[in-house]
Design a protein around this ligand. Structure first.
Ligand code: ADP
Ligand code: MG
Length: 253
């Protein structure tokens, strides 16, 4: 069963001078599913996520959220619309607690400028959003631990919690398993399996086994271009994909 389309791109392009980091990308992302994005280094995967969260403005093309064009709105408005972005590199504040990290993230959704009279309620709301996010990723017991004191794997979980603390409906995740051992990766895979029941997840990931296990839809990109989109089996058996990956050595599908 295909769930409702949440986010779409139409002819999306991002050029840096003569470099076509992303060229004419038209994709649909659905609710309650994982859409995997794979491709060799430099394929334009992070560029796509940066466009989808409003960090970059497209050179051309459109981004539709719930059918509404959003490519011209400001980055903070993407967060307020429920489009949450995790980063390829660990993006936490190491000197404060896990709960405080999530409070800072939640504030991006609620807005930074509080009326003094409302501030008590606002901080209670932020704390509630933050606590809930920590529980969702299984870091409830690390609530009051300084972020630099938790393991690398837990820091990546915290990063996902920070996205969840913004109360998103879309999760844009850039290599959440990068640098992890097998057991830590398993934790994230199980977490994403649980989260995909409730969110539209766009997952850029190099770990092919993880991508195959999690993805409902899978897109392969090469040199900023769309190569193929389909379910995992369709993509694995696609002759263009086999051709594109042949000779790449390290990344054979
Ligand atoms: N800020 C930037 N300025 C200039 N070129 C960029 C910038 N960001 C990305 N690129 C280029 O765009 C292409 C796609 O990069 P990227 O989206 O990071 O690929 P991926 O995440 O698939 O490895 C690369 O050729 C990269 O060098
Ligand atoms: Mg990247």
């Amino acid at each position: 069963m295909t769930h409702a389309t949440v986010l779409q791109t139409e002819g999306l392009c991002k050029y840096w001078g003569g470099v076509k980091a992303l060229d004419n990308m038209s994709l649909s992302f659905h609710d309650k599913s994982v859409h995997g994005i794979v491709g060799p280094n430099g394929a334009g995967k992070s560029t796509l996520l940066n466009l989808l969260c409003g960090s970059y403005k497209p050179t051309a093309g459109r981004i539709l959220h719930q059918g509404e064009a959003i490519e011209d709105i400001r980055a903070y408005q993407f967060v307020r619309r429920g489009i949450g972005r995790g980063f390829q590199k660990t993006n936490i504040y190491p000197q404060v607690t896990c709960l405080e990290n999530c409070c800072i993230a939640a504030q991006r959704r609620v807005g930074g400028s509080f009326n003094i009279l409302l501030s008590k309620n606002s901080s209670a709301l932020l704390k509630e959003m933050a606590e809930q996010a920590l529980q969702q990723v299984g870091l409830g017991s690390r609530r009051d631990t300084i972020a630099s004191q938790i393991s690398y794997g837990e820091q990546r979980q915290l990063e996902i919690a920070m996205v969840l603390a913004t109360a998103p409906s879309v999760l844009l995740l850039d290599e959440p398993m990068a640098g992890m051992g097998h057991e830590e990766s398993r934790l994230i895979i199980e977490l994403l399996k649980k989260l995909k029941q409730d969110y539209c997840i766009v997952l850029v990931e190099h770990d092919m086994d993880a991508v195959f296990e999690l993805s409902d839809q899978l897109t392969v990109m090469v040199n900023g271009q769309h190569l193929v989109t389909g379910c995992v089996d369709e993509v694995r058996n696609n002759s263009k994909v086999k051709e594109a990956y042949l000779g790449q050595g390290d990344e054979v599908i």
